[in-house]
Design a protein around this ligand. Sequence first.
Ligand code: LLP
Length: 414
Amino acid sequence: MSPFAYHDGELHAEDVPVRRIAERYGTPCYIYSRAAVEQTYRAFDAAFAGCDHMTCFAVKANSTLAMLNLLARLGSGFDIVSGGELQRVLAAGGDPGRIVFSGVGKTAEEMRQALAAGIFCFNIESEPELLRLDRIAAAAGVTAAISLRVNPDVDPRTHPYIATGLQQNKFGVAYAEALRLYRRARDMGHLAIAGIGCHIGSQLTELDPFVAALDRILELVDQLGSEGIALTHVDVGGGLGIRYRDESPPAFAEYAKSLTARLGGRRLKLLLEPGRALVGNAGILLTRVEYLKQGTERNFAVVDAAMNDLMRPALYDAYHEIRTVAAPNGGGATYEVVGPVCESGDFLAHARELSLRENDLLAIMSAGAYGMSMSSNYNSRPRAAEVMVDKKEAHLIRKRETIGELMVLERVLP
Ligand code: LLP
């Protein structure tokens, strides 16, 4: 099912005409479908039903409290990368015992907070991080559960900015170093070796790289086992892609089958860190056309959303489908869809056939992941409102910022 479809000539989010949301909350505005998140989460989790597993939503994809709370209610765990994300998950009612902490730069303070919260596991990305965590756990008088994130040197065949599992990337410990680091961790007083993992990149549309990476990791599991270092879980990270345009990413069932099949008889819990796959297609960004501008070479539709609201086109040249909120009835022209921000990188879409008038509403599709969470206040633009639709109801889950709020932390010189 698509939660965003045309009924009676206009685009709806579930049972709510998105025009009504624009009238009530203004634009730009992110709109999410509760049903879409629930169905997608349940389908993903059910695909792994035959296997001891834990699904840990990658908070960076969408960290709005209502979204995290919805996922927590569904039983999701969480993959966090900062103290801020930890506090958000806790504030949203997430279970600390289902949190994994990833990232190459965890500060001492972040480690202390995560230990105090009682998270499930730290995904360690370097030797100095291992030493720091042991020291901090010792000072706190606790033992920290750890998993090494190993860099398997596998090409994920995705955009270079979001490829993370190649030797040249900053992520994970080098494959050849992993055994030595596990031996070292075993001899540290305040670490408990729990698992091993990897995360090779994002928006992957093929299974082979996932399988190749897991196979590399499982080789290490077996070598460690033969040395008496028994692991209890393997974390395959996130990265499963979604359809933005014409991609055909593997179905959840295929993804699950190909991963679980590799585990063989090993008694390992499987951890998954999906972000985009759970929420990417559950959200849209609603925007209004301010001006239609005829350039000498191209037509521009200047809309009220910009690169600060949705950074993906500017940053990765990413494609997001654009739909008119009024059902299309043919005709139209080719437009560059651009925002008001003062740089040419501020585009949302190139060369789209659209039938437009000033004031028309547009929906930028597939904006549920890495949309709001990557937004900024560039050009002193307040961040967009966020609404979650639940059948006939539209709930405001984050108010639009005011200019006053943007300035509240600032002081001029005496
Ligand atoms: N686990 C780790 C350790 C990660 O670094 C990431 C994403 C994930 C899980 C979730 O990956 P996903 O399932 O969402 O692909 N801003 C970019 C994506 C950056 C992904 C960073 N890491 C974008 O808009 O495409």
